[in-house]
Write a protein that binds this ligand. Structure first.
Ligand code: ADP
Length: 499
């Protein structure tokens, strides 16, 4: 039958929830405590399902399974090609369930169904294929030793990885973190965000269907300070990867340091600048600026939340922006006309609205938006502030919502200075036709990704990650694969002489 049922009370099609238990060692099981928690539909604020609440004891069981799968199981011992074949099968199964998976992320995170179906879920399958293709190309180097020694390096999987996932891209983040680890030969425990546990459990099920050995991927749903913290401080986890807030990133690193000094990768907050120069096509630049802050309702770590416009085109830009913001329709994320769905939960909704209030109190002017939409659910209007000063909270803090701070600049030097005036360094955008300006600014901004005349131009081969307090380590590309490998040096005398 069809996974989608017509809900008589609503014109919207809802997926059936099939998986609500922890996925440990290839089985769906209740939590040791028997506890469950609610996952909420941000379109309505209503409960979708109750999901098993994993805690320390469950993390212990999952780590034990992953440890055994790594220490004694077939996964790290298979050839890369064999691992790649299973990953390809996994990708094919995801392709067979695109609509169902996209719908799960829509009801759990408020993400646009059309985007999930056309972009997020197909890309997840493609990302698995990208790393599947790399799995049989992992090798070390022969070294040029200075004595009569033969030296070479091996690249070996790091071991058991713990992935702590955020709620804004439940599917993409699951695989940005786990696909390179799989290719490397690691085993893992994935802890999805408590707001969005549903698709992650489905991915556990599909891993088994694909023939992934038991214990390679384990999924523990539950809260951060309990299940997440247990993973970060576990003595048998070799690496913890975290994507989320800078504040929690600090705790993860502390937990790693005080437990077993496990390796850490952090992808944290951002306050990314978009710099628009006088020679830009104002119409296109306004489109780009709105995309940069409104895509995924602003819940994206690389959002262009600070837009700096050169004074010559500033007034025209502001006019365009105001007109074009109207095209960003807020509504049910299943409705193809909607471009912004609800914010993920009440807490984020309240936080964003309080930043908007703070912006008004600090003296910034609302060019457009600023209010919630509708009587139920967590919808917020596309919001643009002008008259923003660099030290206002709306210009310094990551809001993680559809709220843009618009500012003006005169010279290139001033633009660079303002762009770098942040503790973060995830991404930046530049809009200009002048190659000298583009080159100068790209090299002067301290951020992990620079988009010139584009924004969100992600590619599986193109790594991204943080400078400064946006973290370290990279997602995507071969950089991410190398984060799950460690180098072993092997040395032997060339001639069989006694040492
Ligand atoms: P946000 O603040 O945007 O909700 P978080 O950084 O809190 O994002 O959450 C990202 C992920 O980190 C989630 O999976 C969450 O459960 C987890 N998390 C939150 N607090 C902790 C913690 N103290 N230790 C480990 N993981 C945590």
């Amino acid at each position: 039958g069809s996974y989608i049922e017509e809900n008589s009370a609503s014109p919207v099609k809802l997926p059936t929830i099939k998986f609500t238990k922890l996925f440990i060692n290839g089985e769906f099981v209740d939590s040791v405590s028997g506890k469950t928690f609610e996952t909420i539909d941000p379109r309505t604020g209503e409960v979708i399902a109750r999901v098993a609440e994993g805690d320390k004891e469950d993390v212990d069981l999952a780590v034990k399974a992953a440890r055994q799968a790594f220490d004694d199981g077939p996964w790290p011992r298979m050839t890369g090609a064999e691992r790649g074949r299973i990953m390809m099968k996994y990708a094919a199964l995801i392709d067979e369930h695109i609509e169902e998976l996209a719908a799960l992320d829509t009801i759990d995170a408020g993400k646009l169904f059309s985007g999930g179906k056309a972009v997020d879920i197909p890309n997840v399958a493609q990302l698995l294929r990208y790393y599947a293709g790399a799995a049989d190309k992992i090798h070390g180097e022969v070294l040029k030793m200075s004595r009569e020694l033969h030296g070479y390096t091996l690249r070996e999987p790091i071991g058991v990885a713990g992935h702590i996932i955020p709620w804004n891209f439940p599917s993409s983040m699951f695989f940005m973190m786990s696909a390179p680890a799989l290719a490397a030969g690691c085993t893992m425990i994935v802890k999805p965000a408590e707001q969005t546990p549903l698709s992650a459990l489905f991915y556990g099920h599909l891993a088994k269907q694909a023939g992934m050995p038991d214990g390679v991927i384990n999924v523990i749903t539950g809260y951060g300070p309990t299940a997440g913290a247990a993973l970060a401080s576990h003595m048998d986890v070799d690496k913890v990867c975290f994507t989320g807030s800078t504040e929690v990133g600090r705790k993860i690193m502390q937990a790693a340091a005080t437990s077993n000094l496990k390796q850490v990768s952090l992808e944290l907050g951002g306050k990314s600048p978009l710099l628009i120069f006088d020679d830009a096509d104002v119409d296109k630049a306004a489109d780009l600026a709105l995309l940069g802050i409104l895509y995924n309702k602003g819940e994206i770590c690389v959002a262009s939340s600070r837009v700096f416009v050169q004074e010559g085109i500033y007034d025209e830009f502001v006019k365009k922006l105001k007109e074009k913001a109207k095209d960003w329709v807020v509504g049910d994320p299943f409705d193809p006309r909607s471009r912004l769905g609800p914010q993920v939960d009440k807490q984020q909704f309240d936080k964003i609205l309080s930043y908007i209030e703070h912006g008004k109190r600090e003296g910034a002017s609302l060019l457009t938006g600023g209010k919630p939409v509708g009587k139920k659910g967590y919808f917020i209007e596309p919001t643009v502030f002008t008259d923003v000063k660099e030290d206002m909270m709306i210009a310094t803090d990551e809001i993680f919502g559809p709220v843009m701070s618009l500012m003006k600049f005169k010279t290139i030097d001033e633009a660079i200075k303002k762009a770098n005036n942040t503790k973060y360094g995830l991404a930046a955008g530049i809009v200009t036709k002048n190659l000298d300006v583009a080159n100068t600014v790209s090299r002067s901004i301290r951020a992990g990704t620079i988009w010139i005349n584009c924004y969100f131009a992600f590619d599986n081969d193109c790594s991204y990650g943080g400078y400064k307090m946006s973290g370290f380590g990279r997602h995507l590309g071969m950089e991410a694969l190398h984060k799950f490998l460690q180098v072993k040096s092997v040395v032997t005398p060339i001639y069989n002489s006694p040492w």
